[in-house]
Design a protein around this ligand. Structure first.
Ligand code: F7E
Length: 397
């Protein structure tokens, strides 16, 4: 069912879908404005600055803070191609500012201009495999970026509350199960190492200068807005493409890696709650349940009514539906050092923040697969997706 188009037809088709998408986004914006009036009791509007606004978490947090009545400022790095896909429907309600966490001067001017009460540092190089190919830039953004913001806060207004996006990747080769705020770190990638620095410098500025600075140690959190290179979205998108006949199979790495997977929309509330406490502290945020990559694949195919069976071992393992291969293991997705199992104990967050995740694993995978199916049905396979398929019709990421 692969559709072929002439170049002109392709351009027209893309333009048509773009207009259709813009109309739908406008509709969404109107619906969300009608449905979700800003919470009352906000006579004085709080001002929040989000770095990394254009990422998955930035989009959910901006939406959350707008509903709370905040004035939201979103910092984004100016690039030749601007990516505002995730915040399209909120764009008119957010103040966008050019800035870069690796450039302390730019942070200082933004703090002077915006005068935020709260800063959420979500900017980062977040794709773990890219941290082996670009370790230096990963460290510049994920480690030095944090100290640039903390220094700017210290020099300009030490009353600003600061949230640091710390990561369960810091536990890496986990030293105990499940992991709590007290579990020692053992990072397994330059990404994990860069996040350990971010964690400690945040804690250190809290202890050295009395800053209200918190680490949210977030376990994997996913959504339909997740980048397609991360395993959950890679699976939901591939399964939707297979179901609709755009692709025959997809390739995957370590099937047995286990993570504590939750919904990003639930996790941004925990970020906000941390900054509303009387005392700044660090919190583990996760669901308390783990599943393997294989579980996600089984569940995603079950949702589209294409149950699969597994055959073979290691790199020779395949997943089949009705005797046809739909998943192949490939060593090119293995990591130089793997994190085999992460499992959160979010008791402290539950007790002190009153935070509990609302979405379970099955609901999360269903939400992601259905979103990809609906998007593909409405817009077809976009050129940007097509170009990432190689001659074997396999996504290379
Ligand atoms: O991999 C395995 C892979 O890339 C999850 C980031 O948000 O969460 C995320 O990091 C697991 C790993 O996320 C493929 O080996 C198998 O064990 O979805 P991921 P991640 O590396 O856990 C943490 C908390 C962060 O902080 C990060 O910023 O899945 N896996 N096969 C695969 N992973 C990918 N990407 N692609 C595969 O084909």
């Amino acid at each position: 069912m692969n559709k072929e188009y002439s170049n002109e037809a392709k351009e027209l088709r893309e333009a048509f879908f773009k207009v259709k998408q813009d109309i739908n986004l406008l509709k969404d914006e109107i619906i969300s404005l009608k449905k979700e009036p800003i919470e009352k009791n906000n006579s004085i509007k709080k001002r929040a600055l989000i770095t990394g606004l254009t990422g998955q978490d930035g989009a959910y947090l901006a939406e959350f803070l707008l509903k709370k009545g905040y004035e939201v400022y979103g910092m984004h790095r100016r690039t030749s191609m601007e990516i505002f896909e995730r915040i399209q429907s909120l764009r008119k309600r957010i103040n966008l500012i050019d800035g870069d966490v690796t450039d302390m001067g730019s942070i200082m001017s933004i703090l002077k201009e915006v005068q935020p009460e709260e800063i959420y540092n979500l900017a980062g190089q977040s794709f773990v495999p890219a941290s082996w190919t670009q370790p230096i830039s990963t460290i510049k953004i994920n480690s030095l970026g944090v100290v640039n913001i903390l220094e700017s806060i210290r020099l300009i207004n030490p009353k600003i509350k600061f949230y640091q996006a710390s990561s369960s990747e810091m536990f890496g080769k986990a030293q105990e199960f499940p992991q709590t705020e007290k579990t020692p770190f053992y990072p397994r990638s330059p990404y994990g190492v860069s996040k350990v620095f971010g964690y400690w410098i945040t804690k250190n500025y809290r202890e050295s200068y009395g800053l209200f600075a918190c680490n949210g140690i977030l376990f994997n959190h996913e959504s339909p807005k997740r980048g397609k290179q991360f395993v959950t979205r890679k699976i939901s998108h591939s399964v939707a493409k297979i179901k609709l006949g755009y692709q025959d199979f997809f390739e995957i790495g370590n099937l047995d890696a286990k993570r504590d997977w939750g919904f990003a929309g639930d996790y941004v509330e925990a970020m906000w709650l941390m900054l509303q406490q009387n005392k700044p502290e660090d919190y583990v945020i996760g669901t308390g349940k783990t599943h393997s990559v294989r579980d996600i694949i089984d569940e995603a195919f079950r949702i589209v009514e294409m149950p699969i069976t597994w055959e073979g071992k290691g790199v020779n393992e395949v997943g089949k539906h009705n005797g046809k291969v739909v998943v192949k293991v490939s060593s090119k997705f293995y990591r130089p050092a793997e994190v085999e199992h992460l499992w959160a104990n979010p008791s402290k967050a539950k007790k002190e923040l009153g935070w509990i995740p609302k979405t379970n694993f099955k609901e999360l995978i269903k939400m992601m697969v259905e979103s990809d199916l609906n998007h593909l049905k409405e817009y077809g396979l976009l050129e940007s997706d097509r170009s990432r398929l190689d001659i074997n019709n396999v996504r290379r990421e």
